[in-house]
Design a protein around this ligand. Structure first.
Ligand code: NAD
Length: 461
């Protein structure tokens, strides 16, 4: 009997809008096999922390050695400029190295009684990592590096928009790590839903939209697996009246437009003092008009296409709605007339504050700039959102800027920059932006459970 060929799905190059490769469309049987591999690999992997650390360091080297190949694949399927893909691969390796060297701390608790408790840390078991298409490798590593370092095994599912670089990474790491420790599965829905609800999974760590995050939490409820959710954002940048626009404009522009605005912690709204508003709009719009938009593989490209057709349609819909409601495009405002998913870098002014491009997450190369009259009004507007990922305050007097940053209702507040991050810091959203903490030691402990040994001080007790 002839075997049926395995199902596959097409992967689109966003710079052309055409399918250029394909990936396996895996179903329940392949998923069960991946979770089973993870279950079988767990006892060996959790047993020897020193071997684990060495394997993760070696894995980092493997990723770096394949840097060019991974970066090319990433740009092809994701769209970002090649230099940004190379930086993403480097960050992937850096995460492996950082977590390889991080170990949980045993803590002894004594409270005066003739006993003490020792808090040790145990791994959880097979972890499901589900990630979106904007930073496929880096966000995957942000999940699998701490999970593996903690002694868990991982089943990783990339977005069907960007499965290829992750699959290649999985194949490389499958050789660098013991069998079954990290398995990549690819496919269209319901693969993610099945993985989130799989009874063999003990922790579901998810990055993506709020709506899917809710579905993931619901799917994991049956097995009572731990859930970590890193969800969307609608970060505001509040400019103070002493801001030096010339000095900060490049940084502010790229904080909004890097990766074509498809960054969870991108600046998604700018609030400028009314009397500085026109100056800010022009500084940003001038940069938007000058930026080199093109295919990520073309040298010189600064901004690639939007990743996929659905996202492009969303960006276009939000922009059209804002324009229909009275906004004006100081730059862009439309798709580019060329093949692929290109949208002109867009700066919007005169946007009604209740326009969906302000109240929701555009996740694209479109930035509304809103005027404010007094600072309380700006802080209220910045906080008036269901999201709470990041925010920033920009001004010359750093103490004053910091006092305003303190008032932002979010997980990370920056001053005169946005989205800069250290591997050693925690990353956590409030409100709809997430549940749980990633990054630094907090990310490691998020993949561990406390195990307490309670013993008397001496045998006579
Ligand atoms: P998405 O929620 O549509 O998809 C994310 C992942 O979940 C993909 O792998 C997808 O295939 C999978 N998925 C889809 N339906 C599922 C289901 N029912 N159960 C389980 N998995 C399912 O998000 P996206 O469009 O790929 O990415 C964009 C979103 O991600 C934005 O909202 C952005 O802000 C967010 N994001 C957040 C962070 C963060 O760290 N907070 C980082 C990057 C992106």
């Amino acid at each position: 009997m002839r075997r049926r060929p395995a199902a596959r799905f097409g992967v689109v190059d966003p710079a052309t809008g055409k399918v250029f490769d394909e990936a396996p469309d895996q179903g329940a049987t392949e998923l069960d096999a991946a979770v089973d591999r993870a279950r079988l690999a767990w006892p060996g992997w959790r047993a020897d922390p020193a071997a684990r650390a060495a394997a993760l360091r070696a894995a980092a080297g493997v990723v770096e050695a394949a840097g060019d190949e991974l970066a090319q694949l990433l740009t092809r399927e994701q769209g970002k400029p090649l230099a940004e893909s190379a930086a993403e691969v480097a960050r992937t390796a850096a995460r492996l190295r950082y977590f390889a060297d991080l170990a949980p701390r045993t803590r002894r608790i004594s409270d005066g009684r003739p006993v003490h408790s020792e808090v040790r840390w145990r791994s959880l078991g097979p972890v499901a990592a589900i990630v979106p298409w904007n930073f496929p490798l880096q966000l995957a590593a942000a999940k699998f590096a701490p999970a593996l370092a903690a002694g868990n095994t991982v089943v990783l599912k990339p977005s069907p928009c960007t499965p290829l670089a992750t699959r290649r990474l999985g194949a490389l790491l499958d050789r660098a790590l013991p069998a079954g420790v990290l398995t990549v599965v690819t496919g269209r829905e319901p693969l993610g839903a099945r993985l989130a609800g799989h009874p063999g999974i003990r922790h579901v760590t998810f990055t993506g939209s709020v709506a899917t995050g809710r579905a993931v939490a619901a799917a994991a409820a049956d097995s009572l697996a731990r859930v970590t959710l890193e969800l969307g954002g609608n970060d505001a940048a509040v400019l103070l009246d002493d801001v030096d626009v010339d000095r900060i404009a490049d940084r502010l522009f790229w904080a909004a437009f890097r990766n074509c605005g498809q960054v969870c912690v991108a600046v998604k709204r700018v609030y400028a003092p009314a009397r500085r508003h026109a100056e800010v709009v022009e500084a940003l719009a001038g940069r938007a008009r000058a930026v080199a938009v093109g295919a990520g593989l073309d040298p010189g490209t600064q901004l690639g296409p939007v990743n996929n057709a659905a996202q492009l349609a969303r960006v276009e819909r939000l922009t059209r709605r804002a324009l229909a409601d009275g906004a004006r495009a100081a730059a862009g405002g439309h798709r580019l007339d060329r093949p692929g998913y290109f949208f002109a870098p867009t700066v919007l002014t005169d946007v009604p504050p209740d326009s969906p491009v302000v109240t929701g997450e555009q996740f694209g190369p479109v930035l509304p700039v809103l005027p404010y009259r007094d600072l309380d009004e700006a802080v209220d507007a910045a906080n008036n959102t269901g999201y709470g990922l990041g925010g920033s305050v920009w001004g010359t007097d750093l103490d004053r800027a910091e006092a305003v940053a303190e008032r932002l209702d979010c997980g990370t507040a920056w001053i005169n920059q946005h989205a800069e991050m250290s591997l050693a810091q925690p990353f956590a959203g409030v409100k709809d932006s997430g549940v749980g903490v990633a990054g630094g030691p907090w990310g490691l402990y998020g993949n561990l459970r406390p195990f307490v040994v309670h013993r008397p001080r001496d045998a006579g007790c």
